[in-house]
Design a protein around this ligand. Structure first.
Ligand code: FEO
Ligand code: CA
Ligand code: CA
Ligand code: CA
Length: 594
């Protein structure tokens, strides 16, 4: 009998060393398996995956590409089963199709890509003896939503002239969701999905608003505009306005039309993480993942109904349509002159300060001079510019601690910080040419999520702990794992923060980490797993007995193709590389990290 490794409760595992192995590496004493892969059939009638004979029709009934956010919801009526919801952020055609020509994609390839985007709902069954989960194919709740499924725009900007197109004179009916990155799970049993880098699907932009959102002035890389004119801004100028929203899906109602919630604003939504105020109103925190972009929250004016009746549920599906949208402005408490961009701690020993939530719009009322409420919702970035919001180092996922209420925001990196003509270092973003990112901890005033002010401090300044410009909440740095580019965040049942990374700039693979946020081990960061070649870690879920991660874009390395893959994951050499969901559990059947 070997003694359990040291650590905070929930984090008692032997850390995985940084590595470049082409596999998912888990701690000693843990097992893993693939829950579901790209292309596995989930709907009735969908065929088995055959990469050499793939069709759009097949893909529309199969698990999509590049799984990102994951949510597991209870399925109380069916013992041992849960509902898995997954985002399929984007497609990587060169790794999907043999002989793919970027210059001349075929219609079938483009339509397969449309069907490989979007969301999946798939019921999964627990194995009694392990942490394994297996997909229940053809379950009545299983569902695919793609780039061509119907979505409804709701809330204060729905129907606006800015959202009408030649195909939809009502400005309320959109085909498709695109680039769903991270998301959140609501207390009323729905899931939220951020539409992130939607700009890449649209061609031929010229307006200042489209340019502020990064839509290109020429052809797109995927060339969808040649197959559907709505992707050509010159022909359909308002179509891009119908992407960049937070989608709300009701996974328990397979007939429901998912909603795009305009009250939550339009930007490159990384995620959307809800919590409730003391009087039951939902608050949703949201990052805009772009260098020098902003951090937001939405506060509903309506209280969640907890009765559980059909009418209560229908009411709860309107909570995110009425309220106030805010953007964050942060002020450091140390003199600005102490921030020279090197990341050196200020004299008071902490990167910290206070902040205000600046209201942008409430229902039909704009709080931004010179912009209507509809303009605030559709061009939210411009509203943030006007009110002087704080330019952050790429705000990604966010998670409030269920124990303390403090909110953790991953700021993934910003290599442009301090460049000529760009904002320089400040107390919340203290490093120029920031390659490794940081995690900010925010405490709402009076612990009220609906409040208009907050205190903040940096919890982690990521990188190699040997680098003096790193910080692990004051924990001794010789006892922590290196980490770079924090992206998705989640809490475990013990109140530890789990962090997945995207783009590790330390020369090793991305991975998943756990860190205590309270007590004397606060800041003790430990690596739990690492990714195969080219992959990013997404969608972490940490349950008592199981950790779930989405292995996104395995093998995505410059020059790789289907014929010349850069990874053999998950099925070994000679088999096509497939983004997949992985479950990890303890071999002895006990809880994770105890
Ligand atoms: Fe899709 Fe910001 O990660
Ligand atoms: Ca300070
Ligand atoms: Ca992400
Ligand atoms: Ca999260």
């Amino acid at each position: 009998h070997t003694p359990a490794p040291d650590g905070a409760r929930g984090l008692r595992f032997t850390p995985v060393a940084p590595n470049v192995a082409d596999q998912v590496t888990v701690p000693a004493g843990y097992s893993q398996h693939v829950v579901i892969r790209w292309g596995e059939p989930i709907l009735r009638g969908a065929p088995a995956f055959d990469p050499d004979r793939q069709t759009a029709k097949a893909q529309a009934g199969q698990f999509g590409y590049n799984n990102d956010f994951l949510s597991l919801l209870p399925l109380k009526s069916e013992r041992g089963r849960q509902v898995l919801v997954a985002n399929h952020e984007y497609t990587d055609e060169i790794l999907m199709f043999k002989g793919y020509s970027a210059a001349a994609p075929t219609r079938e390839q483009v339509e397969i890509a449309w069907a490989a985007h979007g969301l999946s709902v798939v019921v999964v069954e627990e194995d009694r003896g392990s942490g394994k989960l297996t997909a229940v194919t053809r379950h009545q709740l299983n569902r695919r939503l793609t780039a061509t499924s119907e979505f409804r725009l709701t809330g204060p900007a729905a129907g606006s002239a800015l959202l009408r197109t030649s195909a939809d004179r009502t400005g309320t009916k959109v085909l498709g969701t695109l680039n769903n990155c991270a998301g959140g799970t609501t207390p009323w049993g729905t899931t939220l999905h951020g539409e992130e880098n939607f700009n890449q699907y649209f061609a031929n932009a010229s307006s200042t608003t489209d340019l502020r959102y990064g839509i290109g002035t020429g052809a797109t890389e995927r060339k969808w505009e040649l197959f559907d004119k709505r992707f050509d801004v010159k022909q359909e100028p308002n179509e891009p306005h119908r992407f960049g929203w937070v989608v709300e899906l009701d996974p328990y109602d397979p007939e429901s039309t998912p909603r795009k919630r305009t009250a939550l604003g339009r930007f490159k939504h990384e995620a959307a993480q809800p919590r409730l105020t003391a009087d039951g109103r939902p608050v949703v925190y949201m990052g805009d993942d772009e260098r020098f972009d902003y951090f937001y929250k939405f506060v509903s004016s309506k209280r969640m109904r907890k009765g559980g009746s059909r009418a209560d549920h229908a009411y709860n599906l309107t909570l995110l349509d009425e309220g106030t949208l805010y953007v964050a402005k942060l002020t450091g408490d140390s003199p600005a002159g102490e921030f020279d961009g090197t990341g050196k701690l200020p004299a008071d020993g902490e990167f910290d300060g206070s902040g205000v939530w600046i209201p942008l719009a409430t229902g039909d009322v704009s709080h931004v001079p010179g912009m209507t409420a509809e303009e605030v919702y559709v061009f939210t970035r411009l509203a943030g510019d006007k009110v002087g919001a704080t330019k952050m180092d790429r705000p990604e996922d966010v998670e409030p601690s269920p124990r303390t209420g403090r909110v953790y925001i991953a700021l993934t990196n910003n290599t442009d910080r301090g460049k000529a003509g760009k904002a320089g270092a400040d107390e919340a973003n203290p490093r120029n040419a920031n390659k490794h990112g940081q995690i900010l901890e925010l405490a709402e005033n009076w612990d009220d999520p609906a409040g208009d002010g907050f205190a903040w401090r940096l919890f982690l300044v990521a990188g190699d702990p040997k680098d003096p410009a790193t910080y692990f909440a004051g924990f001794p740095k010789d006892k922590v794992s290196p980490i770079s580019c924090p992206d998705n965040v989640a809490f475990d049942p013990h109140g530890n923060l789990w962090i997945s990374t995207d783009g590790n700039a330390l020369g090793t693979h991305d991975g998943l980490f756990g860190v205590a946020t309270q007590g004397e081990r606060r800041g003790e960061l430990k690596q739990f797993l690492t990714m195969p070649n080219g992959a990013e870690t997404c969608g972490p879920i940490v349950q008592d007995r199981r950790v779930l991660v989405a292995v996104q874009h395995p093998g995505e390395i410059d020059g790789a193709t289907v014929e010349k893959p850069a990874s053999a994951w998950p099925d070994g050499p000679g088999r096509i590389v497939r983004p997949s969901v992985v479950a990890v559990w303890r071999k002895d059947g006990r809880d994770i990290g105890v």
